[in-house]
Design a protein around this ligand. Structure first.
Ligand SMILES: [Fe+2]
Length: 117
């Protein structure tokens, strides 16, 4: 088995949604850098109970020379924290794509990527 075979994407979704959504936003006043937001459950919130929840998301940036940069990880506490993270990214223009992983304690590891110009 290869690890990549375990990563699920949109085609594997059921009624609960797990695929991480990646959005790039411009800096807010005073922040100075762009923000990449990673969250799960854009249209259908994922359950957030002790028994069934999203434990973490990770964000990776793919540079134009294909170097993969781990940009950060956010961990969440079930019940209290929703799976929604904002990463402030310097030099966002150096990246050609962003990829994210998200982990559900019941349904495994989910992936998605977005390409930027
Ligand atoms: Fe789940």
């Amino acid at each position: 088995m290869k690890f990549g075979e375990l990563l699920k994407s949109a085609a594997a979704e059921g009624k609960e949604k797990h695929v991480p959504v990646i959005e790039i936003g411009e800096a807010r006043a005073g922040e100075g850098t762009d923000v990449v937001r990673v969250f799960i459950g854009k249209e259908v919130p994922h359950p957030n109970t002790v028994e069934h929840h999203i434990e973490w998301v990770e964000l990776y940036g793919i540079k134009k020379n294909d170097q993969v940069v781990n940009l950060g990880r956010a961990t969440f506490t079930p019940v209290y924290t929703n799976p929604n993270a904002r990463f402030q990214i310097n030099n966002v223009e150096e990246f050609k794509a962003f990829c994210a992983l998200g982990y559900c304690n019941i349904h495994g590891v989910w992936q998605d990527c977005i390409e930027v110009e």
